[in-house]
Design a binder for this molecule. Structure first.
Ligand code: HPA
Ligand code: MG
Length: 253
């Protein structure tokens, strides 16, 4: 679990960053704070409160169910643009099967593939892409249960192929390990994993994807196709659900 930072460790990084800025300028500007918040690569620290809901547009039907906007949709798009470039450069023209993990991965998948296509048509390099879908389910309320594969094409078509798994979030990592195990039985040539979010949780099995959009605090997030019992997929930003929202949309009352 080498990658798992404790919240105390994270706080240390944040405090150190803030205090050095403070000494230099005697004034902590908003831009310095914003910079500090993201200066650990793609890591959103535990003590980042997120943005007030009033700063952005959220559907009225979810207004009372959210604590904050953690990642605004524009920032998500900008980050995906960079992930697309990294993948495009790394994979080097070999045909790729992009495998979308439904349902939560569909928006990330669609935006990522689109951005890779834009790179393809604006450069002399090429990356032929075919697409496939698999459906997994493991969460009821905010608790992980048994992981079920409940859809997807015949995985034997992946034999000898370069596969990019596109997932919305890696939480404990158990789901991804199970999926990797399943796919390896089809003997693809190469498997890479891109996940928009990776959660810092003490329950992590230590799995890290090849491409990560943002590393986030141990909170239940929704929006941008991530759900809570099938709600909130129709929310553009990645937001933190509040206790009222968890209660309102709970399956297990
Ligand atoms: N939100 C939505 N789905 C999830 C999460 C989360 O925080 N963790 C695992 N699946
Ligand atoms: Mg998922």
């Amino acid at each position: 679990m080498g990658h798992t930072l404790t919240s105390a460790g994270l706080q240390g990084i944040f405090v150190e960053c803030v205090s050095s800025t403070y000494n230099e300028t005697d004034m902590l500007s908003a831009s310095a704070l914003a910079h500090c918040a993201y200066n650990q690569d793609n890591m959103i620290p535990d003590d980042q409160r997120g943005y007030d809901l009033n700063m952005f547009c959220v559907p009225m039907h979810y207004e009372n169910d959210l604590e904050s906007v953690l990642i605004p949709s524009g920032v998500i798009q900008d980050r995906i643009e960079r992930l697309a470039r990294d993948i495009f450069n790394d994979i080097d023209g070999q045909p790729l099967v992009a495998l979308c993990v439904l349902k939560g991965g569909y928006k990330f998948f669609s935006d990522l593939i689109e951005k890779i296509q834009i790179l393809c048509r604006n450069s002399h390099k090429t990356l032929p892409i075919s697409i496939d879908f698999i459906r997994l389910k493991s969460y009821v309320d905010d608790k992980s249960g048994d992981i079920q594969v409940i859809g997807g094409d015949n995985l034997s078509s992946l034999t000898g192929k370069n596969v990019l798994i596109v997932e919305d979030i890696i939480d404990t990592g158990n789901t991804m390990l199970k999926l990797l195990n399943l796919l390896e039985q089809s003997q693809p040539k190469l498997i890479k994993v891109a996940s928009l979010l990776v959660k810092r949780t003490p329950l992590s099995v230590g799995y890290k994807p090849d491409y990560t959009g943002f590393e986030i605090p141990d909170k239940f997030v929704v929006g941008y196709a991530l759900d809570y019992n099938e709600y909130f997929r129709d929310l553009g930003h990645v937001c933190v659900i509040n206790e009222a929202g968890k209660k309102k949309y709970a399956v297990q009352k």
